[in-house]
Design a protein around this ligand. Structure first.
Ligand code: XUL
Ligand code: CO
Length: 436
């Protein structure tokens, strides 16, 4: 335990604590709705931002001070980062982490060399997992950074790029299985287009579906039983990404017979880029039985790109937890902080403050959501709002047992309809405020 000497294990001290290195709300063993907070929230830390983020932006170089990192792409440096990462996970009491293949191990000059590098680092990851009990929430292959993927990976016009991506996914699935990963994610950063004039959209979507089918088949072949997840995002880096939102993903999965094999990994900032609230995306995925996991972060509505900030807003986390509890929880998924500290927050200790804030915000959101559900006022309001559907004819429509003619006969007899009850939005917003 040498890389963060100024921090010992972060503990729960309660809401009155003023210690910035303690949890005020996240109390891992506290039981809420019959499960511990640890079981509900399944917090996960991402390797890419937390271990590899430099603070660089399109206008300037990196700013992060990371004394353990020598700035090289060597295996030694990668292996040292593993020690740092697990010290961080343990001190934060984070039960899970997530990575891309290229975050943890350097890309070699050949595919074979990249595979060997990944194997070597995976061995170290496995040793640290066993020693600490920290588990892998998910692995994923980075199919967007290398210039070979400039036109996309599974949707590239270049067949060789597709083949390379397939080889990378095959290897990453093997490593994820070896590390006991409980999910496997696909995020298609370059699976989309910049310009429709040069794009055969149908052919690209067919290829993407083939790619996913091959992954499903290979998982079966090697006995990988983790949950496959697709992470929707509408744009950035491409103008349009095929997995643009939950509805688009589910339509694609259904059209290509992939629905039984996939759920969704919903990310807050991606939802807002798609013009949706996070709660919308969670509920949409949830009522289709496809809510798998979340990438917890937040955007900045004044900026409008994927800022990947840590979530600290209790309204946001309450809305997330209302949707997550409604749909029965996330396991085997989790709350994965796909979030990065600002480039001005360049010191290692800022990584702790950031994650503590995110974990506390979700713990508080969980408690607030559970209190709202326990009181039942909100649920009762919604039920009542739709109560006209509980009439005999309403039930028949819902059950597919009524026709247009039945409804015509009903309205001919009834005449005009009177405006039904108020939506009471303001009253309900006030109701939520009572719990915050
Ligand atoms: C990018 C993003 C990715 C995925 C994994 O916006 O969210 O980091 O989570 O590839
Ligand atoms: Co993400």
């Amino acid at each position: 335990m040498a890389y963060f000497p100024e921090v010992s294990k972060v503990e729960y001290e309660g809401p009155e604590s003023k210690n910035p290195l303690a949890f005020r709300w996240y109390n891992p063993d506290e039981v809420v709705e019959g499960k511990t907070m640890k079981e509900h929230l399944r917090f996960s830390i991402v390797y890419w931002h937390t271990m590899r983020g430099t603070g660089a932006d399109p206008f300037g170089a990196g700013t992060m001070v990371r004394p353990w990192d020598d700035g090289t792409d060597s295996l030694d440096n990668a292996l040292r980062r593993v020690e740092v990462a697990f010290e961080f996970f343990e001190k934060l009491q984070a039960p899970f982490y997530a990575f891309h293949d290229r975050d943890v191990a350097p890309e070699g000059s050949t595919l074979a060399e990249s595979h060997a590098n990944l194997d070597r680092v995976a061995q170290a990851l496995k040793e640290h997992q066993e020693k600490t009990g920290v588990q892998l929430l998910w692995g994923t292959a980075n199919l967007f950074s290398n210039p070979r993927y400039l036109h996309g990976a599974a949707t590239s016009c270049n067949f060789d790029a597709f083949a390379y991506a397939a080889a990378q996914v095959k290897k990453c699935l093997e490593v994820t299985k070896e590390l006991g990963g409980v999910n496997y994610v696909f995020w298609g950063g370059r699976e989309g287009y910049q310009c429709l004039y040069n794009t055969d959209m149908k052919r690209e979507l067919d290829h993407l579906a083939r790619f996913f089918h091959m992954a499903v088949d290979y998982a079966k072949q090697i006995g990988f039983t983790g949950q496959f997840l697709i992470e929707p995002k509408p744009k950035e880096p491409t103008k349009h990404q095929y997995d643009s939102d939950a509805a688009a993903c589910l339509n694609f999965l259904r059209a290509y017979d992939l629905l039984p094999h996939f759920k969704l990994n919903i990310e807050t900032n991606h939802a807002t880029l798609a013009g949706h609230e996070m709660m919308h995306e969670l509920d949409y995925a949830g009522h289709q039985g496809a809510l798998g996991s979340i990438d917890a972060n937040t955007g900045d509505l004044l900026l409008g790109w994927d800022t990947d900030q840590f979530p600290t807003n209790f309204y946001l986390t309450t809305q997330c937890m209302l949707a997550i509890l409604k749909h029965g929880g996330l396991a085997p998924g989790g709350v994965n902080f796909d979030a990065k500290v600002r480039r001005e927050s360049f010191e290692p200790i800022d990584l702790f403050y950031a994650h503590i804030g995110g974990m506390d915000a979700f713990a508080r959101g969980l408690k607030i959501a559970a209190a709202i559900r326990a009181d039942g006022e909100l649920e009762a309001f919604v039920k009542e709002r739709y109560s006209s559907w509980d009439s005999e004819l309403g039930r028949q429509v819902e059950a597919g047992q009524a026709t247009l003619a039945d409804l015509e006969a009903y309205m001919l007899e009834k005449g005009e309809i009177a405006p039904n009850r108020s939506g009471r939005q303001e009253m309900l917003e006030n109701l939520i405020n009572r719990y915050i």
